[in-house]
Design a protein around this ligand. Structure first.
Ligand SMILES: *[C@@H]1O[C@H](CO)[C@@H](O)[C@H](O)[C@H]1NC(C)=O
Ligand SMILES: *[C@@H]1O[C@H](CO)[C@@H](O)[C@H](O)[C@H]1NC(C)=O
Ligand SMILES: *[C@@H]1O[C@H](CO)[C@@H](O)[C@H](O)[C@H]1NC(C)=O
Ligand SMILES: *[C@@H]1O[C@H](CO)[C@@H](O)[C@H](O)[C@H]1NC(C)=O
Length: 243
């Protein structure tokens, strides 16, 4: 009984997750994969510009993992308090977590990192790849492609610190461009998104406070691995056993 009510509670979340990726997009994702498989037989010459841009990006950005993110997303220890470090985190995915639709966003990100890293007030850059870090992604409830813009204050001498501000900015995976991401920073357009203050907040959310984010990340990840027919079968078994 207890198990079944937990499962029923989880179902709306599951349905929600499914809604976010319309079935048509999934089909398109599979078609793209098939198309890529065919066109990959014909090698395309990589553009030298893209290669240069990717090189800059790999140099200045940090890769986040479940183990390192709390150490990475901090303030430069040499900066004097009170100060705030801005972190621009790109949340991306691959064939499984982004249905193969994150290519344009990844290109836009690489371009904007290359452009921004040349400016004096550039934020720090980090990338969270949901394909290799599904648990961390799920523990933040962060779907790719998106930007998590974080402002992390340095603790004062007495260890007190204002709370970090995080803004979750989903990206349009079709139309997102490099200049658009660059303007998020140069024009402070990230301020158009209200700071997120809900339970999934990576620093102060309820789940972090109770050390539940990672376990919940595992549960959500488990649901995402579950074939979509399984809940139906389970429900039909359970409802039968009640009768
Ligand atoms: C994603 O799919 C494409 C097309 O099928 C394939 O070329 C590529 O290797 C896949 N990537 C991964 C990481 O599996
Ligand atoms: C972006 O740069 C990374 C290296 O930082 C590279 O692995 C990736 O392929 C690049 N993406 C695109 C779409 O150029
Ligand atoms: C990527 O952008 C091009 C236009 O630049 C668009 O035609 C294409 O559909 C986009 N790809 C995806 C997966 O949205
Ligand atoms: C993304 O951009 C495309 C092309 O500009 C637009 O048709 C589509 O409605 C946008 N999607 C969302 C969710 O805003």
């Amino acid at each position: 009984m207890r198990f079944s009510s937990a499962l029923l509670l989880a179902l709306p979340a599951l349905a929600l997750a499914e809604d976010q990726v319309p079935i048509l997009d999934k089909v398109k994702g599979y078609l793209n994969m098939a198309k890529d498989a065919i066109s990959s037989a014909v090698p395309a010459a990589p553009s030298p510009l893209d290669a240069g841009v990717a090189k800059v990006a790999s140099k200045v950005q940090h890769s986040l993992t479940t183990e390192n993110w709390k150490q990475v997303l901090t303030v430069d220890p040499t900066a004097s308090a009170p100060t705030t470090q801005d972190w621009m985190v790109f949340i991306t995915g691959g064939n499984v977590t982004c249905y193969g639709f994150c290519g344009n966003a990844s290109k836009a990100w690489n371009e904007s990192v290359a452009a921004l890293s040349a400016t004096p007030k550039a934020p720090n850059f980090a990338v969270l790849d949901c394909e290799s870090q599904p648990i961390l992604c799920n523990s933040w409830y962060a779907g790719p492609p998106s930007i998590y813009y974080m402002q992390i204050p340095k603790p004062l001498a007495d260890q007190s610190a204002p709370l970090p501000t995080v803004r979750f900015i989903p990206l349009n995976r079709t139309s997102v461009t490099g200049p658009q991401l660059t303007k998020l920073v140069t024009n402070k357009e990230y301020e158009n998104t209200a700071p997120y203050e809900g339970p999934w907040h990576p620093f102060t959310g309820l789940l972090q406070q109770y050390n539940l984010a990672i376990p919940v990340g595992y549960v959500l990840w488990g649901f995402s691995k579950m074939p979509s027919w399984l809940p139906m079968i389970l429900i039909s078994f359970m409802s039968r056993s009640f009768m």
